[in-house]
Write a protein that binds this ligand. Structure first.
Ligand code: NZQ
Ligand code: ZN
Length: 390
């Protein structure tokens, strides 16, 4: 394990097909005014809204609704929510949805009582909330898996005017206080969104796994999570209502990005940085922006981390190692990843997401270049990866 670190996670999880029954008892820990935030209406169609409303009513809450959180929530929506939360002086923000809604709730929680521009402070300048800021607690009812937002401090906001999509990782004081994880709540997610979430999970694990040459317990955990995801995803794409598969994937998703498997490890995150820049230009589905560039990116850096890529092939995909060089194994591992992506049906070309040739330079400029992976990319290399991904 590299370095010195601390680990704690304050989010209390309730998991299973009766998890929502715990909502009333959790709600009782907060004051009477609740800001209920959700997306474009899926929760009304699938009945989750009614269940949440009856829990709010049973807990005696006064509810202000904040619907319309769009996928890839925007700065304008953030300002709207911050004003509403402050005006109503709410005691809790209850986010019912996927990563967009939960990320958004976190952003509102630190924006409501901050007098400056939250986009500039938290996202552009990457500052933490002031120590005396009143932060509104957030609770989550998860309806779509992938981001891990239900148990982490991540919050990604998009500014369309400046074509920037930026994530901020907040600390424990912003992470959800509790999260309700009922796998059945995810059954109604459209197939395309479902598989985008599956790839998001895979990518979160890979960003933490494909880096470093040390022997590290976190990597063994990552391999187990990936094997479970691959197995269950194959079942879920054929039968989205398979509870066992969907529940395994939900649990994997949470553990893929709640900081556990990144502990004591170098990490990469370049696929996410490129994906976010693509998102800023196209507003495409997050998981698809990652799948669109992954294979080209990994082929580009593979020779710098050959041994790990070879281990990925054998430990995760079961590629037989006998008589093969690390180069051969590494290439076969990426072939297996690519075949699985096609099998589950995620985008493998960014042109299919609306990326056009004239955007490539701008996307490269909007990509934050991070260190920690096997190769620190130059701007030209990012353009090369993007071009190969078209
Ligand atoms: O808006 P509604 O009507 O709810 O529809 C949503 C939305 O259209 C739909 N959906 C969700 N649950 C459903 C459902 N439809 C039917 N039945 C259900 N049960 O799915 C669509 C996508 O939802 P969204 O929340 O946007 O998806 P996701 O969970 O992938 O979140 C994406 C956002 O999270 C950020 C992404 O950048 C993006 O902005 N991320 C957050 C991270 C974090 N907090 O750590 C890390 C990730 O890497 C990611 O960057
Ligand atoms: Zn992601």
């Amino acid at each position: 394990m590299l370095g010195n670190f601390s680990y704690s996670n304050p989010t209390k999880l309730y998991f299973g097909d009766e998890a929502q029954k715990h909502l009333v008892e959790e709600l009782k820990n907060y004051g009477p005014k609740v800001l209920l935030t959700y997306g474009g209406g899926s929760i009304k169609a699938n009945g989750i809204y009614d269940e949440v409303m009856s829990a709010l009513s049973a807990a005696g809450k006064e509810v202000t609704e904040l619907p319309g959180v769009m996928p890839n929530p925007t700065t304008d929506k953030l300002y709207e929510g911050a004003t509403l939360a402050r005006e109503h002086d709410v005691d809790l923000i209850l986010a019912v949805g996927g990563g967009s809604t939960i990320d958004y709730a976190k952003a509102v929680s630190v924006a409501a009582w901050y007098d400056g521009d939250p986009w500039e402070k938290y996202y552009l300048r990457q500052e933490d909330p002031d120590s005396d800021l009143r932060i509104i607690p957030v609770g989550a009812v998860l309806t779509m898996v992938g981001t891990g937002s239900e148990m982490n401090g991540g919050s990604v906001i998009t500014n369309h005017a400046t074509k920037l999509k930026i994530g901020k990782v907040f600390g424990e004081n912003v992470m959800p206080k509790f999260a309700i994880l009922n796998p059945r709540y995810t059954f109604s997610v459209p197939q395309r969104q479902m598989v985008a979430g599956f790839y998001d999970i895979m990518c979160h694990i890979l960003e933490q796994y494909l880096s470093g040459d040390d022997d590290n317990t976190s990597d063994y955990m990552a391999e187990g999570l990936m094997r479970s995801l691959i197995h269950s995803s194959r079942i879920a794409v054929k039968n989205p209502h398979d509870y066992e598969a969907r529940s395994n994937i939900m649990w994997t998703s949470t553990w893929a990005l709640n900081t556990l498997i990144g502990k004591g490890k170098s990490q990469d995150w370049m696929v996410h940085m490129i994906g976010q820049a693509i998102g800023a230009y196209t507003d495409a589905t997050h998981g698809m922006t990652l799948s669109g560039v992954s294979i080209a990116y990994y082929r580009h850096i593979m020779s710098y981390g050959l041994h790990k890529f070879a281990r990925f092939a054998t430990a995760v995909w079961g590629v037989p190692a006998a008589g093969k060089t690390d180069e051969q194994l590494a290439a076969e591992g990426l072939d297996a990843l690519s075949a699985w992506m096609k099998e589950i049906g995620v985008a493998t070309e960014i042109s299919s997401l609306g990326v056009t040739e004239d955007m490539l330079e701008g996307i490269a400029d909007a990509t934050l270049i991070m260190k920690g992976g096997y190769k620190v990319l130059s701007r030209d290399e990012i353009i090369a990866v993007l071009r190969e991904s078209m």
